[in-house]
Design a binder for this molecule. Structure first.
Ligand SMILES: Nc1ncnc2c1ncn2[C@@H]1O[C@H](COP(=O)(O)OP(=O)(O)OP(=O)(O)O)[C@@H](O)[C@H]1O
Ligand SMILES: [Mg+2]
Length: 262
């Protein structure tokens, strides 16, 4: 699998009766290895959109393809093995940190687990836990903060070395500084992986913060289930009033903007 993703005239509604669709006529292409960010206000349909890729739901109209093949024509377990996904609400088990990270990859070596945790900016806090990677978390063990849980979920998604990596608002509870480090580490990991057996991943990042999306190859602005703008940060700054509004509204709050600092 190369990891080219295409949405072709995709509409979707949860009730299945065609009225009041949550996604309306969505079309875009993501080339293999590229990073696309999906930006939009709450309820815009971002999570719904990415859930169509691993077929948590099926489209109501149009089609989603990977490398030109309709996802409906791929074997479901094959399709899902290609996708590393950190859901908006991190789902962790009351198990050791290690088992939580290697949930999708039980045979992973310690080195691989640590590398995934390092990229996800989780290794340091895990090392500081009472039993390090063997610490039990959740109801039967240690409580983690929301941001720590998110980073374990990201490490889990990375560990499967997916061809498609989807992070759904996965850093909303992580501070901006740590998030910036995480993005840099991810860039580096995916860069290195291009020359390995893994071969890198196509990345989809759902975000509400503009600082998260600045360096994406393409930004898709979703509003009420429709794509209202698509392009790079600089393109959108000059073409999309909605993007300009989001940009201005987030500029004044002291969050540092990675792309502008480089
Ligand atoms: N399982 C579901 N059943 C019915 N409606 C749903 C379901 N999940 C989401 N919706 C509705 O679909 C719309 C889009 O929701 P979605 O979760 O995709 O938005 P979002 O852009 O991810 O929002 P947020 O930024 O808050 O995560 C909303 O109106 C939501 O209420
Ligand atoms: Mg969402």
């Amino acid at each position: 699998m190369q990891g080219k993703i295409a949405f072709e005239g995709v509409s979707f509604n949860y009730s299945g009766n065609g009225s009041n669709p949550v996604l309306k006529d969505i079309s875009f292409i993501i080339e293999p290895g590229k990073t696309v960010a999906i930006l939009g206000t709450t309820g815009a349909g971002k999570s719904t959109l990415i859930h169509l890729i691993p077929r948590f739901y099926d489209v109501t109209a149009g089609r989603v393809t990977i490398d030109g093949i309709n996802v409906r024509d791929l074997k479901l377990d094959f399709l899902r093995r290609q996708i590393g996904i950190a859901l908006q609400e991190a789902i962790l088990f009351s198990e050791t940190v290690r088992n939580n990270i290697c949930y999708g990859q039980p045979q992973a070596s310690d080195d691989e687990i640590i590398a995934a945790a390092q990229a996800a900016q989780a290794h340091e806090f895990i090392k500081a836990l009472p039993q390090s990677y063997d610490t039990i978390i959740g109801q039967r063990g240690v409580n983690l903060s929301g941001g720590q849980q998110q980073r374990i979920a990201i490490a889990r998604a990375l560990l499967v070395k997916p061809k498609i990596l989807i992070l759904d608002d996965s850093t909303s509870a992580v501070d901006v500084e740590t998030e910036s480090k995480l993005q840099d580490a991810l860039d580096q990991l995916l860069q290195q992986s291009r020359n390995s057996e893994w071969g890198g991943a196509t990345r989809i990042i759902v975000a509400q913060r503009i600082s998260t999306v600045l360096l994406a190859d393409k930004i898709i602005v979703l509003d009420k289930g429709r794509i209202t703008a698509m392009g790079t940060h600089h393109e959108l700054l000059s073409t999309s009033s909605l993007y300009q509004d989001i940009y201005r509204s987030q500029l004044g709050d002291g969050r540092h903007l990675r792309g502008d600092q480089r």
